[in-house]
Design a protein around this ligand. Structure first.
Ligand SMILES: Nc1ncnc2c1ncn2[C@@H]1O[C@H](COP(=O)(O)OP(=O)(O)OP(=O)(O)O)[C@@H](O)[C@H]1O
Ligand SMILES: Nc1ncnc2c1ncn2[C@@H]1O[C@H](COP(=O)(O)OP(=O)(O)OP(=O)(O)O)[C@@H](O)[C@H]1O
Ligand SMILES: [Mg+2]
Ligand SMILES: [Mg+2]
Lengths: 190, 167, 167, 190
C-alpha cells in the first residue's frame, strides 16, 4: 500500500485546512527553514496513525490544536514570577489560557491510504477537541481505537513498535539503546 | 511467543551485516569486500526474549565494534542499518524520517540518499525531512514548508522533481 | 552563598534577552525591533538557589515561549544564547563547541558564525567543530582531521585562512 | 589568556605524538569526515583540563589510550554468544584484551596556555596509564589535582561547571534542561 496524501485542520502550526499529496513519488523530501513546521507535519502523520502523545513533543493533546491569536494579560503558569515585562506578549502555553471565541475548538488530521487489494482508497481520520478526547474514523465512520489500530496493523503499520518512524534527534538512540530495549522492539515487531 | 520472537530475530540477525555493508560502502563500489560489519548477540540463549540483545557495528577499515567507540556519524549509519533491517521483517508501506542526516558528512548523506533511492518503490515509500541538499536533491518530489507570517500559520507547496531534466 | 548566586543570576537575567536578540536577528539588521525575546523566572523568590530557574525564549515573530513549543533549530539558538550569557558572567578564555549547528538551517548557521566572528577576540577564543561550510568558512584558521589508513591513526593539518584573499 | 596549542600522545585515535597550534586565530574550525577524530580532539581538551571521564564517552579511562593492532582470537565479553564469525576481526572493547607488547601503556595530552600577566606560557599535562591512574603536571612538575584545578580556575576555566564546553549532541539540552539543573549550573559558575 501507499500513502496518497494528508489533510490537516488546525493542527499545531497549520491554521485552517491544508492538504498535501505525494502523487506517484515514493521518495519525497520535506524541506524548509527552522521553525517552519516540518516536524509538525511528521507529528500529524504520527497523530493520525494513533501514536500516543508523549512522543509528539506536546505534554497534552490539547496543545496540538492550532493557537494563533495573542491574548492580552499575563498567562504565566503556577508560581513563577516574571522579572521582565519584555515578553508580556508571548505565552508559556495553554494551561492557563482561556479559550477565546476566536480560537479553534478542535483539530483533525486525515490520511488517505491506498491498499493494494482495493480500488478505492481508505481514509483514516483522527479528531481532537479541547477536552482532550480523540475520535477515530475510517472512511468517515466513527470506530473504536482497537478497530482503527487493527486496520493499520493489517497493512503492517505497527504503531506500537513505531519501527517506521524516526523522530528528530532520535536516530542515534536506535543504535545506542540498551540490550533490553532492543529485545522489546523485536518483540513488538514480531 | 518464543517462536515468533526467534523468527523475527533470525531474520534480523541474518540480514543486518548485508544491510550495514550496503549502507557503508561507496555507492558505485560493487566489490564484496567494501563496507563495514555488523552483528547481533543474544544474552539469553534459551529464552532470548527474556534477555538483552546487543548490537555491534564496525565501520569500514575500523577496529572496534562497541557503540561506545563509534563517532556521531558512524552511530547514525549503524542505527539506520538496524532500523531498515528490523523493518524488513514486516515491511511497513512507508517510512517517515526526521533529520536523520544531522550528524552525517556529505559522503554519508549521499550513501543514505542513494540507498533510499534504490530501495524506494510503490510499496516502500520514504518521506524524509532534511536540511541537506545532498539528501533532498535525490528525491522524486519535494514538499516545501514555509511560514505565512501575516496569517501566523505554516503552509505547504509541492514540487515534482521528475518534471525537471537531469543535467 | 545567596549573594554569590544572586550576583550571577542578576547578570544572566539582565543580559539574556539582549544576547538572544543578537543571535536571532539578521546579521546586518540594525533595528531595535529585530530578533526574538528571552527571559528567566525564579521559582523560589527568597532563596533562589533552592528552587528551579525556568528559561523561556520566543523566536522572532512567534507566539509561544515554552521550550516545548520550539523546533529543533529554535531550541539550539535559544540554548546557545543561554550558554553565551551564562559564560559572560565569568568569561572563560576559550569555548569548544562540537557540532552545535547540527539542527540549524543555513540562515541560522550564518547567524551563529557571524556572532562568533564578532565576539571572538584574543581573550575569547572559539574552537568550533563543524561539518557545515557556512560555519567554518568564516573562521580565521582551520584544523583538518583525517584518518591515515595504513597507520590506523587520526592526523591533523592546520590552515590559516587569513592568508587567502576575500573574493 | 589564550590556548596556544595542544600535544597528544597515543590519545584515542591519535597514534604516537601529534601537535596542533592555534596561532593568532581566535576563531578556529575543526573539520573532517565522520569518524576522523574531531570529537576525540575535543575529548583531548576536556581530558587535559581535568574533566571527569563520564563525559568523555569512554566508560573507563584506560579506553582513552590508543589501541591499534588487531588481536587474534575472540575477545567477546561476558556470556554473549556470537552468531557469526564474520566480525572475528573486530573487538568489543578492552575489557578482555590482554595488553600485548606492542600496545602503548600510557597516553598524555598537554595544552600550552598563555596567561595575560606572564611572559612565558604555562603547560598543563595529564597522563593516564593502563591502571587507570592520572598524573597531573604544570610545566612538567607533578602537582595534585586540587592545585591543577585551582590554577585553571584562576583563569576562569571552570571545569566543574563546564560552561565553555558543548559536547556533540548536547546543545539542545542546555535549553531544555529542567529548572533545578539550570539552578545548579548557575551555582557552579558563581
Ligand atoms: N498548537 C500550536 N499552534 C500554533 N503554533 C504551534 C503550535 N504548536 C507548535 N507551534 C509552532 O510550530 C513551530 C515548530 O515547528 P516545527 O517543530 O515543525 O519546525 P521544524 O520545521 O521542524 O523546524 P526545525 O528545522 O528547526 O526542526 C514552533 O515555532 C511553534 O511555535
Ligand atoms: N582508544 C582508541 N584507540 C584507537 N581508536 C579509537 C580509540 N577510541 C576511539 N577510537 C576511534 O575514534 C573514532 C571516533 O572518532 P571521533 O568521535 O573523534 O570522530 P568524529 O570526527 O567526531 O566524527 P563525527 O563527525 O561522526 O562526529 C572511532 O572510529 C573509534 O574507532
Ligand atoms: Mg524539526
Ligand atoms: Mg564527532
Amino acid at each position: 500500500g501507499r500513502l496518497i496524501g494528508l489533510e490537516l485542520h488546525n493542527f499545531k502550526s497549520y491554521k485552517d485546512t491544508v492538504q498535501v499529496g505525494f502523487g506517484e513519488s515514493y521518495f519525497t523530501s520535506i524541506i524548509g527553514p527552522n521553525g517552519s513546521g516540518k516536524s509538525n507535519l511528521m507529528d500529524a502523520i504520527s497523530f493520525v496513525l494513533g501514536v500516543r502523545s508523549n512522543q509528539l513533543r506536546s505534554s497534552a493533546l490539547v496543545d496540538l490544536i492550532y493557537r494563533g491569536r495573542i491574548e492580552n494579560g499575563d498567562p504565566d503558569n503556577g508560581n513563577a514570577k516574571r522579572m521582565h515585562r519584555s515578553d508580556a506578549d508571548s505565552e508559556a502555553g495553554p494551561e492557563n489560557a482561556t479559550y477565546s471565541e476566536e480560537e479553534p475548538r478542535s483539530a483533525y488530521v486525515s490520511c488517505v491510504y491506498q491498499k493494494d487489494d482495493l480500488d478505492e482508497p481508505t481514509k483514516f481520520t483522527r479528531t481532537i477537541n479541547t477536552s482532550g478526547d480523540s475520535v477515530y474514523k475510517i472512511n468517515d465512520r466513527a470506530v473504536s481505537y482497537k478497530k482503527y489500530n487493527e486496520e493499520l496493523e493489517s497493512e503492517n503499520i505497527l504503531v506500537k513498535a513505531k519501527n517506521f518512524l524516526v523522530f528528530q534527534g532520535d536516530v542515534e538512540r536506535i543504535a545506542s539503546q540498551g540490550p533490553e530495549s532492543l529485545t522489546l522492539l523485536l518483540e513488538q515487531v514480531s | 511467543r518464543k517462536e515468533l520472537f526467534e523468527a523475527c530475530f533470525k531474520h534480523v540477525d541474518k540480514h543486518i551485516d548485508q544491510i550495514y555493508r550496503a549502507l557503508t560502502k561507496n555507492p558505485h563500489d560493487k566489490s564484496e569486500l567494501a563496507g563495514g560489519n555488523a552483528s547481533l548477540t543474544v544474552e539469553n540463549e534459551d529464552e532470548p526474549y527474556l534477555g538483552g540483545i546487543k548490537y555491534f557495528a564496525t565501520p569500514p577499515l575500523k577496529r572496534f565494534k562497541d557503540m561506545e567507540y563509534l563517532s556521531g556519524g558512524e552511530k547514525t549509519m549503524a542505527a539506520l542499518a538496524l532500523l531498515f533491517t528490523i523493518n524488513s521483517y514486516q515491511p511497513s508501506p512507508f517510512f517517515v524520517l526526521d533529520e536523520v542526516d544531522a550528524a552525517l558528512d556529505i559522503t554519508n548523506v549521499e550513501r543514505i540518499a542513494h540507498y533510499i533511492k534504490r530501495n524506494a518503490n510503490p510499496n516502500a515509500q520514504f518521506i524524509v525531512i532534511s536540511l541537506k541538499n545532498a539528501m533532498f536533491e535525490k528525491s522524486q518530489s519535494l514538499v516545501g514548508i514555509f511560514r505565512e507570517q501575516e496569517d501566523n500559520s505554516s503552509r505547504m507547496v509541492s514540487l515534482n522533481l521528475e518534471n525537471y531534466d537531469e543535467d
